[in-house]
Design a protein around this ligand. Structure first.
Ligand code: FMN
Length: 213
């Protein structure tokens, strides 16, 4: 027999929430806090979409490592496919989906590298093994065998046996500076709530619009 008990749903974006959400960062922070409590694995996972030189979209997951009024930050290898795509076309879209809350957040805008000191500070906070991995991985390049990767890890483990592991010059963070942020909340019978915020540039105030689902 199927369990027909109605699922407990998070509250939708009521008229009050819509009015209260004067700017999207505060609403994102509230949703992200709830996601951290509700999602057992990687509530910080987000799809990063870029475009290649032919305009063909490319999407993959990355982890959100910080956000504030300046934008949303992830870390990666500048020599990866996404790094090359961002160098040629510094614009991106990010999408979060928190299944347990039945919520989606989408944002898009321009992309800029974080300051070297910011990348240094985040790299220093990573585990030593992850730091070695950043040196050993030529992210997105062909790898002849798993053994070749393990040998590279052993080589860099020996190289950095003493002292701190420096940040590789090609490993850094990117900040997506949103021009648009949309919040989507699932509601019964597919009568979902959507609120879109947009601004013409990063210094302009946000305008918000409720959208048909
Ligand atoms: C949940 C999850 C989180 C990930 N987080 C990151 C990340 O923060 N940075 C990163 O470079 N790759 C991350 N990856 C791996 C990327 O999805 C991707 O495989 C890799 O960055 C190479 O992408 P590219 O070839 O398009 O550059 C993550 C993958 C998953 C499934």
């Amino acid at each position: 027999m199927h369990d027909t008990a109605p699922m407990e749903r998070p509250a939708g974006l009521t008229g009050d929430d819509f009015t209260a959400a004067g700017e999207p960062l505060r609403l994102f922070a509230a949703w992200f806090d709830e996601a951290k409590r509700a999602e057992p694995v990687n509530p910080d996972a987000m799809t990063l979409a870029t475009v290649d030189p032919d305009g063909l979209p490319n999407a993959r997951m990355v982890l959100l490592k910080g956000f504030d009024e300046r934008g949303f930050v992830f870390y990666t290898n500048q020599d990866s496919i996404k790094g090359h795509e961002l160098a040629a076309a510094p614009k991106a879209a990010l999408t979060f989906y928190w299944k347990s809350l039945q919520r989606q957040v989408r944002l898009r805008g321009s992309v800029e590298p974080v300051a070297p000191a910011e990348a240094d500070s985040y790299f220093a906070s990573r585990s030593r093994i992850a730091q070695i991995g950043a040196w050993a991985s030529k992210q997105s390049s062909a790898l002849e065998s798993r053994l070749a990767f393990e040998k590279a890890i052993a080589r860099f483990t020996a190289k950095f046996a003493i002292g701190t592991v420096p940040r590789p010059p090609y490993w850094t963070g990117y900040r997506v500076v949103p021009a648009e942020i949309e919040f989507w909340q699932e509601r019964p019978f597919r009568l979902h709530d959507r609120i879109a915020f947009s601004r013409p540039d990063r210094t302009a105030p946000w305008t918000k619009t409720r959208l048909y689902p």
